[in-house]
Design a protein around this ligand. Sequence first.
Ligand code: 5GP
Ligand code: MN
Length: 330
Amino acid sequence: MTDLPYQIAAALRKSRSVFIACHVAPDGDCLGSALALQLALARIGRTAQVGSADGVPEPFRVLPGAGRVLTAPPAPPADVAVAVECSTVDRAGTFAQALLDAATLINIDHHVSNAGYGHLVYWDTSAAAVGEQVADVVAALRVPIDREIAECLLTAVVTDTGSFRYRNTTARSLRLAAELVDAGASVHQIVERVYETRSAGNLRLLGLALAGLTLTADGRIVWTQITPQMLTSAGAMPDDVTGIVGMLRQIRGVRIALLFEVTPQGVRVGIRSREGARSHVIAEAFGGGGHQEAAGFTASGALDTVIAATLAAAEKELQRAAQPSPPSRP
Ligand code: 5GP
Ligand code: MN
């Protein structure tokens, strides 16, 4: 473990109040990690509040503390703020200012793209989930992992590794998962909640999105779109879009999958890739970010224009990925 978890633990121990921010459109990793940290701080008598500008998606509402997650910034500002996997402060949405207002800002992230802001930056792209990093902070706080903390952290690890199926899964992820299961958390229960429980609207939307898919670049790129009309006719909620782009990537021969969703904030683009094609490079070209195999961005502009520009960037990335890599220096 690096020294950073200890430095972060020291700052948190000295704090009077802590604010923990999730990124917009929060996932299980972000929420599970934020709630685990809140619980660990409560165990040592520190008050922490968790904020999520977009609230808590349904599968995560059962997590301990989920019902108290703030959707509007705290007043007065906390003296220590923690940004959980926000590659820039803006990723916290309406909570960005609350992060900047804190006397000490802690940035914990595992995304390839992180701007390095804050007073303490714990950035570890080798972590499969930011939950692995938060587990190190909990250990540095000397808080034993109890069943509640374990449930939150296992939700983080299970969701960001796609139930231990993605390439990012390491021995570290599996060792931590074993420790969390020993502490009383259940992989089965989390998988059941997150992947095996859907509304009918969710499946109808999936059907519409899959029926409308287009293959391009000799079958190496696949894309589809989701419009507000599709949500209405499927009887689906915006959260129901989660998971669709990952399914597109399953098509044989596909290296880049793109999902274009028309939202009130603009066109949200979800990207998944494999076999060396880099999702984050495509996303960064449009001001977004993420990981090698999963990234995203939101663009203003007409849907057709965003689709054309993203497809062009994806093709460029495929050409780059087809080049032999430069010889490594000794
Ligand atoms: P998803 O498609 O599941 O929303 O996001 C995939 C990955 O890309 C996640 O790790 C998420 O944090 C990251 N991501 C998605 N949208 C954005 C964005 O607009 N900006 C940045 N920096 N990262 C994003
Ligand atoms: Mn994550």
